[in-house]
Design a protein around this ligand. Structure first.
Ligand SMILES: Cc1ncc(C[n+]2csc(CCOP(=O)(O)OP(=O)(O)O)c2C)c(N)n1
Ligand SMILES: [Mg+2]
Length: 343
């Protein structure tokens, strides 16, 4: 078992409304059920290629993206991208179809699991190379600022969120982009999903300073650590960072302490992590944490949450039917979408 860090707790969590609580729960359930369905399809031999699931990390995607203006603001992901795509609003059926390589997929069947993209929902992509998305996100943040300040476009107040893992923070792009974002006060949030592992490499064995949020300070940027299993805590921190970015006050680094409940990818037998470590984190399941909180606060009743789960399961099942019955991309269109087309 790798060394445990003390989980930070926010001094006061902003009260949540019933409406927001249900919205956050629904988004996390969608992420979880979607990924469980992917695992089922993969192990039944229906889905191929590398598939990296997000189970356990849902509070990060939901907490950050739902604090933004999903579909208007920009989100940049990694190869672990299904749930980010769902949180920004890409319909589950178009994400699932992409995983089946179908023409109805959000990347038109050209991308697959690691390359989800949606111009409509401003999802800047999933990326197979680690750190590859960070400069892309930086560019999106730069163009918002440029359009607003140089071209006088008042509507260009979009914020960009770049998601990436703990292991990725040892790569050069991370430091280069932190530097430029701070130098130019860009409207960007760097969201580190510290799940303690980079495939089979434990975080503390790979980095000289395991507390990643502290790396922000050398760039003069706020760095915050947050319990990445607590969606309300993530959301509170993200709301502050989004407000700062939108107000032109520059970037923030948020380190979310989280854990993946499955192996690195569906091809990983997950034999390196100890049973004790896995059990400790499974007991902190972010879905259960939010459900218990909403029930304790008497904002919802258990059967309302059950009804949401039932509805989402039907949505995920429908997504698979849609994906399976969708056509393959037409071979005559092999070279289409390599370059942008005029509308
Ligand atoms: C540039 C580059 N180097 C190496 C790899 C191989 N690789 C794939 S995943 C991974 C670990 C990344 O870990 P982390 O950033 O913590 O993300 P997580 O998988 O935990 O979400 C590595 C090294 C890669 N994809 N890209
Ligand atoms: Mg990791």
């Amino acid at each position: 078992m790798t060394q445990e860090r003390t989980i930070p707790t926010l001094p006061s969590i902003a009260p949540i409304s019933r409406e927001d609580g249900l919205m956050l729960y629904e988004d996390m359930v969608l992420g979880r059920f979607f990924e469980d369905k992917c695992a089922e399809m993969y192990y039944r031999g229906k889905m191929f290629g590398f598939v990296h699931l997000y189970n356990g990390q849902e509070a990060v995607s939901t907490g950050v993206i739902k604090a933004m203006r999903p579909g208007e603001d920009y989100v940049c992901s990694t190869y672990r991208d299904h749930v980010h795509a769902l949180s920004v609003g890409v319909p589950a059926r178009n994400v699932m179809a992409e995983l089946f390589g179908k023409a109805t997929g959000c990347s038109k069947g050209r991308g697959g699991s690691m390359h989800l993209f949606s111009a409509e929902y401003r999802l800047l992509g999933g990326y197979a190379f680690i750190g590859e998305g960070i400069p892309v996100a930086l560019g999106a943040a730069f163009q918002s600022k440029y359009r607003r300040e140089v071209m006088g476009d008042e509507s260009a107040d979009q914020v960009t969120a770049a998601f990436f893992g703990d292991g990725t923070t040892n790569n050069g792009q991370f430091f280069e982009c932190l530097n430029m974002a701070a130098l130019w006060d860009l409207p960007i949030i760097f969201v580190v999903e510290n799940n303690k592992w980079a495939i089979g490499m434990a975080h503390e064995r790979a980095t000289s300073q395991p507390e990643i949020f502290k790396k922000a300070s050398v760039f003069g940027m706020p760095g915050i650590e947050v319990d990445g299993m607590d969606v309300l805590a993530v959301r509170t921190v993200a709301q502050e960072a989004v407000a700062r970015a939108r107000a032109g006050e520059g970037p923030t680094l948020i380190e979310c302490l989280t854990y993946r409940f499955r192996g690195h990818s569906l091809a990983d037998p997950d034999e390196l992590r100890s049973k004790a470590e896995k059990e400790t984190w499974l007991a902190r399941d972010p879905l259960k944490k939010l459900a218990n909180h909403l029930i304790d606060q008497q904002l919802v009743q258990a059967d309302e949450l059950k009804a949401i789960e039932k509805r989402i399961q039907a949505e995920v099942d429908e997504a698979v039917e849609f994906a399976q019955s969708s056509p393959e991309p037409d071979p005559s269109e092999l070279y289409r979408f390599v370059f942008a087309e005029d509308e």
